[in-house]
Design a binder for this molecule. Structure first.
Ligand code: 0X9
Ligand code: ZN
Length: 438
């Protein structure tokens, strides 16, 4: 087994005691990761077409200059001859080699959580020494928690700060898991508060995104006084795990699963890309009706319970929601609308751009991380049916963005989680600051 060969004894034990490392990588033996440099428009367009229409290729990142994707052993030689016909240069790395290297500096939790955050009962006492809860929080942000652990962390925060934090469910996923939310507010009784809506992990494999949103909740609640001005008339509404089924599936079965877990009777392929399922230019570009595709848009706009839970919340609160942030990974981008087509400039592009630049600037202060800002259609590719376009174009939410967090792949090393959380926190706060201007 590759695991036995490549990792040190202690790390292997951690892995084997928690999520079975082999299980969520089984089937990836012989896969290759390609990093393709495509300077010319022709090659870029070719890659965009492959991303949308070739269900066997899994694109991790696709920008105008570079593609990162994985290819199965059976498609390897065909893909390489396509690349040489295109005249582009590329690097290869065996996927298992990469995963082994990442594994070597990662810790895993089992289904019940290797690191226990406070449980509702003891949190209610709220007399616990602050040092202990700090230590627990450090533990929480140094590994990737499972669904159950995420929910108990959230309910723990709500019980520790009952005056300021409400824990609720927006609905249930395809497989019946809760789409859990936290509402954070200083003046819960004031009805007219503007809402800053922030969600993460619409794509199951983008684990780091959930941690940044949970860290935002944790930091705001632990330092309410410091954020009094920012929170004065704003309710922060957080959904850290929009796609709980996809997220769990990446822990148990397939580390690179992106979509939800909608199953179709009589079909081998499953799952809808939640970020192609929103009702704005649905299935127009960069989305597919092939249900094996990574960007399968579903049978109709909002066909998925995860999408409709979010839409229901946003529509019900549409007059109050002034910011919608959809957190993804990876690439260090802040995208604003529109993403459905190129050269479609929203009327308030000046504001969208300047708030994005301010947030990017705040993020950079922590350790110099540099984000690129723009529309995703110009920086990446056209993709329609995403939350950012729906929130802005269909609901009129003035500040609507997609963030792509840092990383070179979906697995940010455990030791780096806290740093990504801290730098992103600065960006979140900057975005939230602008909510009270509307
Ligand atoms: O393609 C996506 O859904 C997002 N990138 S990811 O690599 N995380 O999958 C970007 C979506 C940007 N927004 C629009 N295209 N509207
Ligand atoms: Zn994503």
């Amino acid at each position: 087994m590759w695991q036995r060969i490549v990792c040190s004894l202690t790390l292997c034990l951690v892995g084997l005691a928690g999520t079975s490392l082999a299980n969520n990588l089984a089937g990836y033996e012989g896969y290759t990761k390609y990093t393709v440099e495509h300077g010319n428009e022709n090659a870029f367009r070719y890659m965009v077409d492959l991303q949308t229409n070739d269900a066997d290729l899994d694109f991790w990142l696709l920008t105008r200059n570079t593609s990162v994707l994985t290819v199965s052993p059976t498609r390897k030689s065909q893909f390489e001859s396509r690349l040489s016909n295109l005249g582009v240069s590329y690097q290869v790395q065996p996927l298992m080699e990469l995963m082994a290297a990442l594994q070597a500096n990662s810790t895993y939790a089992d289904e019940d959580g290797e690191y226990e955050e406070c449980q509702e009962a003891d949190c209610a006492e709220s007399q616990r020494p602050r040092r202990r809860s700090r230590r627990q929080a450090r533990g929480f942000f140094s590994h990737y928690p499972r669904y159950n652990e995420i929910l108990s962390f959230m309910s723990g925060l709500a019980s520790r700060y009952p005056q300021y934090c409400r824990y609720e469910s927006l609905g249930r996923s395809n497989e019946g898991r809760h789409i859990a939310a936290l509402s954070i507010s200083l003046n819960a009784k004031t009805r007219s508060r503007r809402v800053a809506y922030i969600q993460a992990a619409a794509h199951g494999r983008e684990w780091i995104t959930t941690q940044t949103v949970l860290y935002l909740a944790y930091e705001l609640l632990s330092n309410l006084r410091a954020f009094q001005r920012v929170l004065q008339d704003v309710e922060v509404f957080l959904v850290p795990l929009v796609n709980p089924d996809g997220y769990e599936y990446t822990h148990t079965s397939d580390r690179f699963w992106r979509k939800n877990r909608h199953r179709y009777a009589g079909h081998a392929c499953s799952g809808v890309d939640i970020n192609r399922n929103f009702g704005n230019h649905w299935n127009y570009q960069g989305a597919s009706q092939n249900l094996c595709s990574e960007v399968y848009s579903g049978t109709a706009p909002n066909s998925e319970p995860e999408t409709s839970a979010v839409v229901r919340y946003l529509e019900f609160n549409r007059n109050r929601v002034k910011l919608s942030l959809d957190v993804h990974s990876f690439g260090k981008f802040i995208f604003y609308p529109y993403g459905y087509a190129k050269n479609t400039v929203p009327p308030t592009v000046g504001t969208l751009r300047s708030v994005a630049l301010r947030a990017a600037n705040q993020i950079g202060k922590y350790r110099g991380t540099r984000y690129t800002t723009g529309t995703s259609a110009s920086i990446l590719y056209e993709a329609s049916g995403s939350l950012d376009d729906f929130a802005y174009g269909s609901l009129g939410i003035p500040l609507s963005y997609t963030l792509e967090l840092p990383g070179d792949e979906f697995h940010v090393p455990s030791s780096d989680i806290i740093h990504v959380c801290k730098e992103t926190f600065a960006g979140f706060v900057e975005f939230i600051r602008h909510v009270s201007l509307y």
